[in-house]
Design a protein around this ligand. Structure first.
Ligand code: ZN
Length: 285
């Protein structure tokens, strides 16, 4: 909305609200958005019904984290509490949907490796790259993540088996940088298979839904907007994350989970949008 489109009364109201918000923020508010809420990691849970989920995967639990953005504000010490929380949640599999780093200080290799090595799950830890990984150093992130035991799904999938039944877990490489190849990621996956896809940018769900094979897509990228105003939602969202900004969506039959992420981009503040760890429990229809 521009001022030109506001009536005088509307403009006064808008100005008063802005001044009110700034005053309410004050010193305490600034401390809250920069020093408090960014550390308030929430655990969220969703049940996702997949019509074609095999019986042996009913109740299967996927841990989902995203957007660590190691190197700036994010430290291994902070991630220790995240890893400890994940340990108590005990998901069957852990998915990390990109933006592992966005700064490249000298210590980042040790910090990233130490952080990712803290994560484990019985069926493995899987990851895809995000735009910030590409903008920093994609081959570096891939190498360090794999050395820490994260299996990178660069336009690839794995098939998990239980009692001769299968769950496909695939991933596409970063969409912003045009590295995605859904055909390659799902090569050989038959229609009707139970299939989960990791993809950093959530608005790609529109394309994924057209393919028809993915029952659940996991994304990050938006950080939920970092700042969410009650009744209005996110104030600022990145490209490829403006349609599906945070939470669960049904996109033409493909269910989509968009994580608010763990880290931040500048300005490093969060309001009404704390970092999150999500556990998605798969249910058979
Ligand atoms: Zn990010």
């Amino acid at each position: 909305m521009t001022h030109a489109h506001l009536t005088r009364r509307g403009f006064l109201k808008w100005s008063l609200r802005s001044v009110g918000a700034a005053a309410a923020l004050g010193t305490g508010g600034i401390v809250y958005v920069s020093q408090v809420e960014p550390y308030l990691v929430q655990v969220r849970a969703h049940e996702v019904t997949l019509p074609n989920l095999p019986a042996s995967f009913d109740g299967y639990r996927i841990g989902h984290i995203s957007d660590l953005h190691m190197g700036g504000w994010m430290t291994p010490a902070h991630m220790e509490t995240v890893a400890a929380t994940l340990d108590t949640l005990k998901p069957d599999l852990l998915a990390i949907t990109g933006d592992f780093i966005d700064h490249m200080p000298r210590s980042i290799e040790d910090d990233l490796k130490q952080t990712l090595s803290m994560f484990s799950a019985p069926d493995g830890v899987y990851g895809v790259l995000g735009n910030h990984d590409y903008w920093t150093d994609a081959p570096f992130v891939r190498r360090v993540a794999e050395s820490a035991g994260v299996q990178m799904l660069d336009n690839a999938h794995v098939t998990l088996s239980r009692a001769e039944e299968s769950l496909v877990v695939g991933g596409v490489d970063d969409i912003w940088e045009h590295q995605q190849d859904l055909e390659a990621a799902l090569d050989g996956v038959p229609q009707g298979a139970a299939c989960v896809l990791l993809a950093h940018e959530p608005d790609y769900a529109d394309t994924v839904a057209l393919d028809g094979r993915v029952g659940l897509m996991l994304s990050g990228h938006t950080h939920g907007g970092q700042v969410r105003v009650p009744l209005r939602g996110a104030l600022i969202l990145p490209a490829l994350g403006r349609k599906y900004d945070w939470g669960m969506f049904n996109v033409g039959g493909t269910q989509l989970h968009v994580s608010a992420g763990l880290g931040m981009v500048e300005p490093a503040v969060r309001f009404n949008c704390p970092p999150e760890i999500t556990v998605l429990t798969l249910r058979r229809a």
